[in-house]
Design a protein around this ligand. Sequence first.
Ligand SMILES: [Zn+2]
Length: 270
Amino acid sequence: MRSFGACGRTRSRVECTKGRGMSQAEDLVLAYRILAAHGVVDAYGHVSVRSERDPHRYLLARAMAPELVTADDILEFDLDSNVIRDEGAALYLERYIHGEIYKSRPDVHAVVHNHSPSVIPFGVTTVPLRPLFNTGAFIGEGIPTFEIRDFQESGDLIIKTPHLGRSLARVLDRKPAALMRGHGSVVVGESVMMAVVRSVYLELSAKLQMQAMLIAGPNGKVVYLDDKEVAATGVRQASAGTWQRTWDLWCAKACAQIAAERSARRRRSK
Ligand SMILES: [Zn+2]
């Protein structure tokens, strides 16, 4: 199974990578751009994809702001999160998130780590994120919270060791995402498309839930999707290829941005 989305079928995607052929690295660049465009990542946060050539490796950018990532910045890692080449490159401290999840979840082909702003309040309160609209139905599968104090004495909140990466993967278990208390979240998918789509809608759903709770007030009621609605929505979205239209739109916008940057560079170099 291809582990990346279907950007390659869109006209925009072809124009975006004209003359270079399709590659997982280029799909990953689009994922970085899309996440940045939706405010899911800012100067921090990252997305990786399991290698098509070797399932025991994954691709991730060198340490840099997501919106500036190009295909030349994509590095290859083993599942212990050692870089394969490019020993001198600056690496994300939190790359263990990716390697340890790929080890424990053979079904996962893409991982997003972000500090998605609307999601963070749900990681520091006892209010659970709940599914309240169609595109956020996957939240009904359950979103656990990773409490780093359960796995280290005290310290900062960064997943900077294999032990913490393994612990996070254990809390994530078989779920589509996990909140990280006081930090952000991790979101996974069977493809880059699914991990990115879930990340964007996790942020939107958190925002909508806060608004609904505010409108309802302390004595009001918010009606969430029930288990049957969650299951039926997931089945329909998968069988109808719901996310393809979304993904094609986002890829087209990301490609347009990349093309504009390239032409600006060419103008400057003349
Ligand atoms: Zn982080």
